[in-house]
Design a protein around this ligand. Structure first.
Ligand code: ADP
Ligand code: MG
Length: 644
């Protein structure tokens, strides 16, 4: 075939292939345009997960009537003038491709009015064929509609999934945008039902809790740091809140949601030793830096970026969170304690110094390992690349040698001891049924020791939250809440499986208002919920009635119970596994019903609790994945006291 220059329509279809993958991509591009236009209110409505219709209406600066044609032309943008501008991008868009791409693969309508012009103008484009410009009445701002996405590219249309799946993606895209811009008023409607109405938020946490609930928001810890021109601010969740996927790790850069493998890695490093294998921390983090320090032109949808000094950002993130965790009491989220009660609080200068020296030790240890592994390969050949991550900055700040070679994690991180537990041996109780299929099982690293049920134990409660007991092999320190929670979890689970959970009928059945999707899901899983003692009935519209409850949970609001379930029920993409839902509810019930850290126990209660420890099948971790007990072996104590 001879070489030919491709006609614009083919060029646009190729671009559309890169930028527009599914309805959610259209939503992302259009909302970004609205934000670039300075809109303070953006209304998103979609039908059939966006496959039939996507409409975005904003109150931004609008487009002049005589520029509407240009707006939908390819490589036409108002956001760049010179090539140099590419390296200091302050807008979300700059490639001038989105509108052209969308208009190429849909029935597209663009209506806009600049605030100072008397009337608006409208332009229709069908599968890339531009119609005529017509005047219209319109409020100031821009309204864009894309109908029947991919109607003219049947192959791509075939790749779209169910309405629910596509809506899941739209909702995720919307969430990222609305989280990135909390001071903008956003709404989202699906099939004419309102899903979100998010008025401008006074602070970030307000918007976060609108999306993810107050319970999660309560478990978030503020982190903040400055490193030269780079500012990091946001929240990380306590390790008691974790997920089986990393999708709740939201990272933003100058108001743009980004995905960055290196930063994801830094986050898992920060949580190292605090979460079980396979669990991911939750984070909402925003980096602010001068646009010259980052190249956003490396990915068609700008999801990935390239930092000028990736190693430094990596270290800043890791160091900030790690330092915060080291100075924060991570276990007592249920009962706030007086600072005097807590030896790890930072206003003790000794504690602060200890934390600092621990960090230094750790950073140095890390460096030594990297040096060693570099020595094994060719240290001189290690070069800076977008995948090479450095902890050099952190180490340098902490007094390690100034010149460090770059190192590369792409071959996988080196296993390392968790920070907190380096000086303690953890020992688990054997699960009664070794075949129990549970994610915790990977954690059974050591040979289980033999124990006799009913063996007498002497135990003592300290600080109203820990139980100290003597055991055959040494001393056990037990987290009373975590252990009780675990025991209840096992007990409730058994009862549920035997169909014998005590329930309590509510005197007055309680109506709970849900979104349409939530209501449908709750009703769909009615039988499962009933098995757990939660009886729900439809009550018209999106309201359901809760008429009965697990007896253990009296005093807890039905809304809370149902909300806790939503996350699993509404999980994007696939239908949640029955087992997951059951497990989630069991976890919640046991957590709520368990004694709290801070509860004073009688000696009998202490003894009873410690005794039950042997009855629970898997007492080494509470259902949230925190260890319930630490064992200091006698040998370990002997060694620490220099008796050996
Ligand atoms: P880019 O955003 O990369 O510039 P687009 O194809 O998304 O490219 O948009 C092309 C141009 O159309 C933008 O540069 C902007 O001038 C104009 N435009 C698009 N959407 C809007 C909007 N909602 N409000 C104001 N102007 C818009
Ligand atoms: Mg754009």
């Amino acid at each position: 075939m001879p070489i030919r220059q491709l006609p614009p329509s083919v060029v646009n279809k190729i671009a559309a292939g890169e930028v527009i993958e599914r309805p959610a991509s259209v939503v992302k591009e259009l909302v970004e345009n609205s934000l670039d236009a300075g809109a303070t209110r953006i209304d998103v409505s979609v039908e059939q997960g966006g496959m039939d219709l996507i409409r975005i209406v904003d109150n931004g600066s609008g487009i002049a009537a005589d520029e509407l044609h240009l707006a939908v032309a390819s490589h036409a943008t108002s956001k760049l003038e010179t090539a140099d501008d590419l390296f200091r991008v302050r807008t979300l868009g700059f490639r001038g491709e989105a509108l052209a791409s969308i208009a190429e693969v849909s029935r597209f309508r663009l209506r806009s009015r600049q605030p100072d012009s008397p009337a608006g103008a409208e332009l229709e484009v069908v599968a890339g064929q531009m119609g005529l410009l017509s005047p219209c009445s319109s409020p100031p701002g821009t309204a864009v509609e894309a109908l029947n996405l991919f109607f003219n590219t049947p192959v791509r249309r075939k790749f779209l999934r169910s309405t629910q799946t596509e809506m899941g993606h739209v909702s995720e895209a919307f969430t990222r945008l609305a989280l990135a811009q909390p001071d903008v008023h956003f709404t989202l409607r699906h099939n004419n039902r309102q899903i979100y109405d998010l008025p401008p938020a006074a602070d970030w946490i307000e918007r976060i809790s609108l999306f993810f609930g107050a319970e999660l928001a309560d478990d978030l810890i503020w982190v903040e740091s400055h490193d030269g021109d780079v500012r990091l601010r946001g929240y990380v969740a306590r390790p008691s809140q974790s997920r089986s996927h990393p999708r709740m790790q939201y990272v933003f850069l100058n108001g743009r949601h980004i995905r960055d493998r290196a930063l994801q890695h830094a986050l898992s490093e920060a949580y190292r030793g605090l979460l079980l294998t396979g669990r991911y921390g939750i984070a909402f983090l925003n980096f602010e830096m001068s646009p010259e320090l980052v190249d956003v032109n490396v990915h068609p949808t700008k999801l990935e970026v390239r930092f000028q000094d990736g190693g430094r950002i990596y270290s800043q993130l890791l160091g900030t969170i790690r330092a915060k965790f080291l100075t924060t009491d991570l276990t007592h989220r249920l009962a706030p304690v007086a600072p005097a009660d807590d030896p790890t609080q930072a206003h003790d200068p000794d504690a602060a110094a200890r934390v600092r020296s621990e960090l230094v030790d750790w950073a140095k240890g890390q460096l030594a390992e990297q040096m060693a592994s570099l020595g094994a390969t060719d240290a001189g050949a290690a070069t800076e690349s977008s995948s090479s991550l450095g902890a050099s900055q952190l180490a340098a700040e902490l007094g390690a040698p100034a010149r460090q070679p770059q190192f590369d994690f792409s071959s996988g991180p080196t296993p390392r001891q968790p920070l907190e537990l380096t000086r303690i041996t953890r020992r688990w109780d054997p699960p009664a049924e070794p075949s129990r299929d549970d994610e915790d099982e990977d954690e059974l690293e050591e040979a289980p020791s033999v124990r006799h049920v009913g063996e007498p134990v002497r135990a003592l409660q300290i600080h109203n939250r820990y139980l100290i007991a003597e055991s055959e092999e040494g001393v056990v320190v037990i987290d009373q809440h975590a252990l009780h929670e675990r025991i209840l979890y096992e007990q409730i689970r058994e009862k549920v499986l035997a169909g014998a959970l005590e329930t309590q009928n509510l005197l007055v059945p309680e109506p709970v208002d849900l979104s349409a999707g939530e209501a449908a899901l709750v009703l769909e899983h009615r039988t499962l919920l009933a098995q757990l003692g939660v009886k729900v009935e439809p009550f018209g519209g999106d309201t359901v009635i809760v008429s009965s409850y697990p007896a253990m949970l009296v005093g807890l609001s039905p809304v809370e119970v149902l909300r806790s379930l939503m996350e699993h029920l509404a999980r994007e993409g696939r239908a949640p596994e029955r087992r997951d839902i059951l497990d989630e509810l069991l976890h919640m019930i046991s957590c709520k019903a368990a004694i709290k850290a801070g509860d004073r126990l009688s000696q009998d209660e202490v003894t009873a609790l410690v005794h039950q420890r042997h009855l629970a099948q898997d007492t080494h971790h509470c259902p949230h994945g925190r260890p319930t007990a630490l064992v200091f072996t006698r040998e370990e104590l002997d060694r620490q006291f220099k008796r050996t």
